[in-house]
Design a protein around this ligand. Structure first.
Ligand code: GTP
Ligand code: MG
Length: 425
């Protein structure tokens, strides 16, 4: 018996979904979301397909030969890293599964359902035993291996890839940007994700935070957010040797954003990877904006204790606290974030804000010396073109891949964005 009985949603037959509203089962259509309806239909169709096939696979009265098992994409997130490094691979893996008509699973995200709503069971462990001895291949394996030639210009349904039952994705990076340049999938993207905001489109479906956590986020936002909100993310603990991000550069960037605005109905939300840094930023903002008892700008932050060590990832703070901070950042209208930290970029990408016409502002590190102030081509702050997460492996792609692959990658209008916002590895 072959369980792979439907191929809804892959790149070849997406056009079969006719009546979008009927397919999505959704009655509320928000104008701003109209362009995502194609994806929504696809996502719902995928859930039905997944549930159907997995139910058959788990039927104790049916035995399957290895050759009959459906092909899969399995993402192996590195739980020792933070959200900025765990979530990109999950989004990319789901994209690959749609494009290649494979089932999607995540291997090893402990207690996923504590943090996110789960629309279908993608825990690899429920079916992993059936796939023992199956053929497999890594498409991405951290920095040691990335099949960028396949992703940028190959076909996931070619003979060689089709021989592999399992495609593994193990990465810290947002590695799927090059597939949006891939000529085989161009038509698919133009129809399904025409603005190429892949991370936003997928994460808002696949990674919706759990209602218990959502409630905490919404309560904080209802109480503290205003008409216009700026989010700051300070990442200090990790930094290039001898470099710092001057605290006042964050408040100066905020000052630029506020030019010409009335000072009322504004909130500045501060998140940082350490308590002292957060305190310093708040102090610097107060000095800049709340002097002379003028409290027209609200400066806000959560109380996540960054002195605690997260037992899951060994990062500062807690799993839930980080999710809350990240989601609050993503609710802001503009962001000022720290170069080289994926936390801020994932917050920017994981956002429903329609007012985000541009990406976050990025504060650059400087060498902690006066000499650095005189470097002519020094960039202190820059505005990213897009909210799509940055991608340090684009730098690797450009350096290491053959000319044709690089040329095709560069047909993506965002290629410069993808290859500048994270420091080289
Ligand atoms: N609550 C909270 N936690 C944070 C904040 N900044 C960093 N963290 C914690 O530290 C982790 C950092 O990992 P990432 O999310 O990958 O961010 P990054 O700066 O790229 O860090 P590395 O990749 O580990 O160098 C986060 O996931 C959080 O767990 C913050 O502003 N608030
Ligand atoms: Mg990171």
């Amino acid at each position: 018996m072959n369980v792979n009985d439907s191929n809804i949603g892959n790149a070849e037959n997406y056009s079969n979904i006719g009546n979008v509203e009927k397919a999505t089962n959704h009655t509320i259509i928000n104008k701003a979301d109209l362009k995502y309806l194609e994806f929504e239909a696809l996502y719902n169709a995928y859930i039905r397909k997944h549930n159907n096939i997995v139910a058959k696979l788990l039927d104790p009265f049916v035995q399957y030969n290895l050759s009959e098992l459906p092909k899969v994409v399995v993402v192996q997130p590195d739980m020792k890293t933070g959200y900025g490094n765990r979530l990109p691979g999950i989004v990319c893996g789901f994209l690959y599964s749609l494009l290649s008509d494979r089932l999607f699973f995540i291997d090893g995200y402990k207690n996923f359902e504590t943090y996110y709503e789960k629309d279908f069971n993608h825990d690899w462990q429920i079916v992993a035993n059936l796939y023992e001895n199956s053929t497999y291949r890594y498409i991405h394996n951290t920095n040691s291996y990335n099949d960028f030639r396949l992703v940028t210009r190959g076909n996931f349904n070619n003979e060689e890839i089709n021989l592999q039952k399992i495609l593994y994705i193990h990465t810290w990076d947002y590695i799927c940007a090059p597939i949006t340049s891939n000529p085989h999938y161009k038509e698919w993207f133009d129809k399904i994700i025409p603005d190429y905001r892949v991370f936003k489109t997928i994460s808002l479906k696949l990674l919706r935070v759990h209602p218990n956590i959502r409630k905490q986020i919404d309560t904080f936002a209802d109480k503290n957010f205003n008409e216009y909100n700026i989010g700051i993310h300070l990442r200090e603990i990790k930094s290039l040797a001898n470099s710092i991000q001057p605290i006042e550069h964050y408040s100066q960037a905020v000052k630029m954003l506020l030019l010409g605005r009335k000072k009322t109905n504004i909130s500045i939300f501060v998140a940082a990877d350490n308590n002292i840094g957060r305190k310093q930023i708040v102090k610097s903002l107060r000095k800049e904006f709340n002097s002379n008892s003028d409290n027209s700008i609200k400066i806000i932050y959560t109380k996540d204790n960054m002195n605690l060590a997260n037992p899951v990832s060994r990062n500062p703070g807690s799993e839930v606290g980080a999710l809350i901070d990240m989601q609050l950042l993503s609710l802001c209208d503009d962001l000022v974030i720290t170069y080289g930290s994926s936390f801020g970029f994932i917050a920017a990408g994981w956002s429903n804000k329609t007012s985000h016409h541009r990406g976050p502002f990025v504060i650059m590190p400087i060498t902690d010396s006066r000499d650095d102030l005189w470097i002519l081509d020094k960039v202190w702050v820059w505005g990213a073109v897009s909210n799509e997460p940055c991608m340090y492996s684009s730098k690797l792609l450009i350096i290491n891949e053959d000319e044709e692959t690089v040329e095709i990658f560069k047909t993506n209008p965002l290629w410069m964005h993808y290859s500048q916002c994270h420091w080289p590895i």
